[in-house]
Write a protein that binds this ligand. Structure first.
Ligand SMILES: [Fe+2]
Length: 177
């Protein structure tokens, strides 16, 4: 890299910008491929994502929250031990601090529903009790995430969410504002 010229880096930068601009398409493709059944669950990863986002949409959450709900588990495959942080990182340049925080912490908040059955601490979320977004993360998990494993729920389609994903990922990244 040391020997690269300005002209060469300008060409690379152009390619990189084009690639960044196509992030929404890659995310849609990735989500569309989450067709395998969640291990032990009755629905696929895609259906869980669609259900979570549909519930957020029906509750009139703002668009970035709906998109975040759709993406909240995209880290499951490659980052099973810290999937929340993975999804939060993908979203970070395009969403508010609040939405980012909710997604980043949702894994710990979700523990409330199952961890005690496994001999772990279900109240791990309590360490955030004083945090300004504590109730928002609680709401995300209670109303949308933990409720979205219903095989009979009528979710919106990935196509319905595509324009929303494209709009959110077309935003000027927060870091450049
Ligand atoms: Fe989830």
């Amino acid at each position: 890299m040391k020997n690269g010229t300005k002209e060469e880096y300008l060409i690379l930068d152009k390619h990189e910008q084009d690639y960044i601009n196509n992030t929404a398409d890659r995310i849609l493709k990735f989500l569309g491929g989450l067709n395998s059944t969640l291990e032990g669950y009755k629905i696929t990863r895609l259906e869980h994502s669609l259900q979570t986002a549909t519930r957020a949409f029906n509750d009139k959450a703002d668009e970035e929250m709906v998109v975040a709900a759709l993406l909240h588990d995209i880290g499951d495959e490659l980052a099973p031990l810290n999937h929340s942080e993975y999804a939060a990182s993908v979203l970070k340049p395009y969403v508010s601090e609040k939405t980012h925080w909710i997604i980043e912490k949702h894994g710990e908040f979700q523990m409330y529903y199952y961890a005690h059955h496994l001999g772990k601490n279900q109240n791990q979320r309590d360490k955030y009790r004083e945090h300004k977004y504590y109730n928002d993360a609680l709401h995300f998990c209670e109303k949308w995430d933990q409720a979205s494993f219903d095989p009979n729920y009528k979710s919106m389609t990935l196509g319905d969410f595509a324009p929303m994903i494209k709009r959110i990922f077309a935003k000027k990244p927060y870091s450049l504002l």
